[in-house]
Design a protein around this ligand. Structure first.
Ligand SMILES: Cc1cc2nc3c(=O)[nH]c(=O)nc-3n(C[C@H](O)[C@H](O)[C@H](O)COP(=O)(O)OP(=O)(O)OC[C@H]3O[C@@H](n4cnc5c(N)ncnc54)[C@H](O)[C@@H]3O)c2cc1C
Length: 465
């Protein structure tokens, strides 16, 4: 079989593979990317981030419309089902895919469709959809194959009532009731989406509080608002059985509780996509979560083979995967990367209300005995929030009470994931340039949500004595 030689092969075209391929191409390398799905973009574009966020946006539009007093007399005329809202996401996916194709083309990255498998340390075999097999030889290989929902063997995912985050997107109707097992980011986001659609939602958490790595005040607010919207939250549960039948699906927990609903959404963990990659043939062994262990440069046990994105483990975010890909591209092309990845990664959680934070929580600062103070701004007092009608929310800044250094930014409410970046930029400044005073002494456009920073800064400074 003829073997084609390139400088680097990237397996997977999600954000991590894209970041790596583009960076390598910019450095003048001959790069081939291999994609098993029918289009580029990865799980991120086709069944993860983009469809879920587009779906959420459309449901938000619908909720805003239903709330607006101007349109009350038209409400009866509008019947919108889950698949209609999903279809509205199609144009976003199409737009993203078009942009990606043109980027690959412009940068002369060869895109091969087919399933990739390592057959030798420097050789990748590609099984194309038409059955043809091709071989690529490369000095470096980047594995960016993503992850998939974890499916325990005793749960029957072939039953139409039993879904995970991938298959939920194929629902052909709006379910009347849903039980979500697993209250991580995906579980909480879908709880918000489905309850906004009018479904009865049980959110069954395996832990004692929602998203416990976030600041307590933020997760308290999330629990409160989810409950206000009608979500039933149960903590500290572990499933015993899942029984799906014609009239519903029953989740029975070890505590004796039972939840019967139209649909079960299983959102409890993810597994790295390493199966069928031929890793055993070259002496690489994935860990128990199907992920590849890597060093600080994302090199596997074979230094010319890198792993980035979800397949390399937490935090499993598109935002992070893309940067890891670019980092690795530079590392391969130049032998080192002239910038380092940030350690303080922001979290954006698209629940209703939206949540975003960066930096340390009150719990962490208290444990580390850092003398901090809190600065608050409530959206209900911000003019822009009153104008848009999105008054639920709060910006909270944690700062050092002596140096005024910003230590953490925690926000919930409309646009939280955008708002947090204003503070992130100041928090990332070196030395005394990271100061709460910046927000007290800066003129912001008015009315804007950015004004919340000024309100919070003044609130925080007033607390000092
Ligand atoms: C419901 C949901 C919502 C999310 N929301 C967010 C969010 O709001 N923000 C955020 O930052 N992250 C979010 N994420 C996470 C984000 O989608 C992932 O972190 C991101 O997609 C990981 O990128 P990746 O490049 O590692 O993998 P992926 O995007 O999964 O891409 C991997 C690609 O590799 C291909 N592949 C796999 N095996 C092979 C093979 N053997 N040969 C060839 N190709 C192969 C796959 O077909 C796929 O296209 C969400 C995830 C889910 C499931």
């Amino acid at each position: 079989m003829a073997v084609k030689s390139v400088d680097s092969v990237v397996i997977g075209t999600g954000p991590a593979g894209e970041g790596a391929a583009m960076r390598l191409a910019k450095a003048g390398q001959r790069v081939a990317v291999v994609e098993a799905y029918t289009q580029v973009g990865g799980g991120c574009t086709h069944w993860g981030t983009i469809p879920s966020k587009a779906l959420r946006h459309n449901i938000q539009l619908l909720a805003d419309y239903r709330r607006n007093p101007l349109f009350q007399h038209t409400l009866d005329q509008v019947v919108i089902e889950f698949p209609d809202l999903l279809r509205a996401a199609d144009s976003v996916i199409t737009g993203q895919v078009r942009t990606l194709y043109s980027d690959y083309q412009r940068n002369r990255v060869e895109v091969l469709f087919g399933r990739a498998r390592l057959v030798e340390p420097h050789e990748v075999e590609v099984l194309r959809p038409d059955g043809v097999v091709e071989r690529l030889r490369a000095s470096h290989i980047v594995i960016a194959t993503g992850s998939r929902p974890y499916r325990p063997p005793d749960v029957d995912f072939s039953h139409p009532r039993v879904r995970d985050s991938d298959t939920l997107l194929r629902l052909s109707h709006t379910p009347r009731s849903v039980t979500i097992y697993g209250a991580g980011v995906i579980g909480c986001e879908y709880a918000s989406i489905l309850v906004s659609l009018g479904a009865k939602v049980n959110l069954v958490d395996t832990r004692d509080r929602l998203l416990s790595y976030l600041d307590d005040e933020i997760t308290d607010a999330l629990s409160y608002h989810l409950r206000q919207q009608g979500v039933v939250i149960r903590h500290d549960e572990a499933y015993a059985t899942v029984e799906a039948g014609d009239d519903g699906v029953v989740l029975s927990c070890k505590s004796g509780k039972r939840f019967k609903t139209d649909v079960l959404l299983w959102a409890n963990g993810r597994t790295g996509n390493t199966q069928g990659l031929g890793l055993e043939a070259i002496g690489l062994t994935p860990n128990g979560r199907g992920q590849l262990d890597v060093n600080q440069n994302f090199q596997t046990a074979l230094p010319h083979i890198y792993a980035v994105g979800d397949v390399a483990g937490p935090p499993a975010l598109a935002s992070v995967g893309y940067d890891q890909g670019r980092f690795v591209g530079a590392h391969i092309a130049q032998g080192a990367c002239d910038w380092s990845l940030i350690e303080t990664i922001p979290a954006g959680i698209y629940t209703v209300p939206e949540i975003s934070c960066v930096g340390r929580t009150e719990r962490e600062l208290t444990a580390a005995q850092v003398p901090y103070e809190v600065a608050h701004a409530h959206f209900k007092s911000i003019a822009r929030a009153q104008i848009t009608g999105h008054t639920v929310g709060m910006l909270k800044l944690l700062f050092h009470r002596e140096t005024l250094e910003i230590l953490g930014i925690h926000c919930f409410g409309e646009q939280a994931s955008e708002i947090v970046h204003i503070g992130q930029a100041i928090m990332a400044q070196p030395g005394s340039a990271n100061t709460l005073q910046y927000f007290a002494q800066t003129t912001f456009n008015y009315p804007t949500m950015a004004e919340a920073y000024r309100v919070a800064a003044l609130n925080g400074l007033n607390r000092l004595f």
